[in-house]
Design a protein around this ligand. Structure first.
Ligand SMILES: [Zn+2]
Ligand SMILES: [Zn+2]
Length: 456
């Protein structure tokens, strides 16, 4: 560790209690995407107390502040996420919600970075600026609620980072960085790790439409939307063998329940789902088959089906040169035997951090410290020093390595980066092509059906 790195470590350590207190408080106040006002207010107060001026969207949670070194250069954005998940069976759930993805630890770590950057000498030698940002709604859940927000004009996109991009909060950002916790299990020797990237995804809401009637006395007068949904999903499952291994397609669904009694033929079955894959093209190709299969299930029963497809997240691809710099910083902090960077490992989950990596160099790496299963009822942060304090130090090392010496390293990474899209506008045009609203099966007066499940 260099003298400079020791200065940064000491700056975080002087604020350790602030970080640990924030981790406990945020864990105890989980809220889901676009409603995370408690965490927003807690972190906002803490940032204001440190003397920061914040920019806030106002109608959704989240904020950012810029830390200027006083010397010109690139802008690095370091993020923390605000949102929790619906998981009522978690023993520590609050109003049915828990931070079982560990996003609360990111806010605590970002607060530690904010406090450390106020310590004397913290910015010495750096050029450019650091944007510290709390973002809402990483978990793409509660699709009906998000659609309601979209229709009201509150948001345009499901993901908080995508929405912030749309609002221009990344327009002057050159590189993006964040740390996500990982529940690697007991005995996991790696403090800090990273893979090449992960799947993108799209959001699907599916509504099978039938006709209610007496389930015992007159089922022949009804159309069972639940059975139509089951047939449609069975057809999708049978399609899985047609998906190419290299595309890493994942299609998963959750039936949102019916709105009637057991002795009524259900006239509606809503399903929320994702299609995930390695590329946007692969996702859209798989989705066309899935939509056809869903229409087939509806047709078999004489039911209808509404398909509502929305952009999700772009595939996340970490810039290898940036990854290399981050890896060295992690090694400097905890030693090579506690760091694992795998330049080929591909994850099948998705994050809206991927949308940032589509237009700028970015790395999202992982800090250990949690136990249990991510998104599971046994998830907890067992070692907040490992998950939050380490994350704060590692990210400060990265900021320093990028921006020191006239920000030479940052400039080199930005110059060598090959974006998936030439501009933000081209990126939005590409993801907007996913949007689809179709009544996929329509019957005429003779009972003949026409099928329409794609935007052609
Ligand atoms: Zn997460
Ligand atoms: Zn998650």
């Amino acid at each position: 560790m260099t003298e400079r790195q020791q200065t940064l470590v000491a700056a975080v350590d002087r604020n350790r209690q602030l970080v640990l207190d924030a981790e406990r408080w945020l864990w105890a106040h989980p809220q889901t995407g676009y409603t995370e006002w408690e965490a927003h207010n807690y972190l906002k107060d803490a940032f204001l107390k440190l003397g920061y001026t914040l920019t806030e969207p106002g109608n959704i949670p989240g904020f950012y502040t810029d830390v200027d070194t006083g010397r010109p250069g690139p802008k690095l954005c370091i993020m923390g996420e605000l949102d929790a998940l619906d998981i009522a069976n978690h023993p520590e759930s609050v109003n049915g919600m828990t931070h079982c993805c560990g996003h609360h630890a990111q806010g605590a770590a970002l607060l530690g970075i904010a406090a450390a950057l106020k310590e004397p000498g913290a910015l010495d030698g750096m050029s450019g600026s650091i944007r510290l940002m709390m973002v809402p709604a990483e978990e793409m859940i509660q699709l009906a609620f998000r659609e309601e927000l979209r229709k009201k004009g509150v948001i345009r996109y499901n993901g908080g980072k995508v929405e912030f991009m749309y609002r221009g909060y990344f327009d002057d950002v050159d590189l993006s960085l964040m740390v996500h916790g990982t529940a690697a299990g007991e005995g996991e020797p790696f403090d800090l790790s990273c893979g090449l990237g992960s799947n993108g995804c799209m959001a699907k809401t599916i509504r099978f439409k039938g006709k209610s009637s007496h389930a015992g006395g007159a089922p022949h007068r009804g159309i069972n939307a639940q059975y139509a949904a089951m047939l449609g999903l069975q057809a999708c499952n049978d399609l899985r063998e047609t998906f190419q291994d290299d595309d890493h397609i994942r299609f998963h669904t959750i039936m949102m329940g019916v709105n009637c009694a057991v002795n009524i033929i259900p006239d509606e079955m809503k399903i929320e789902s994702y299609v995930r894959g390695r590329t946007l093209d692969a996702i859209m190709a798989a989705n066309r088959r899935i939509n056809r299969a869903l229409a087939g299930g509806a047709l078999a029963m004489g039911a209808g089906v509404e398909l509502c497809d929305r952009p999700g997240y772009s595939p996340e691809i970490h810039d290898p040169a940036f990854m290399k710099l981050v890896e060295q910083c992690c090694v400097d902090l905890v030693g090579a035997d506690r760091v694992r960077f795998d330049y080929e490992r591909w994850g099948t989950g998705s994050s809206d951090f991927g949308d940032l990596t589509a237009i700028m160099p970015g790395v999202q790496f992982n800090a250990a410290g949690a136990t249990g299963t991510g998104h599971g009822i046994d998830y907890c942060v067992a070692d907040p020093n490992r998950q939050c304090v380490n994350a704060a130090k590692a990210q400060l090392f990265v900021a320093d390595a990028l921006l020191t010496g006239g920000a030479a390293a940052a400039r080199e990474i930005v110059a060598g980066y090959k974006p998936a899209y030439p501009s933000k506008e081209a990126y939005f045009a590409a993801i907007d092509k996913i949007t689809l609203d179709k009544d996929a099966v329509v019957y005429d007066e003779n009972g003949n059906a026409s099928i329409d499940y794609q935007n052609i």
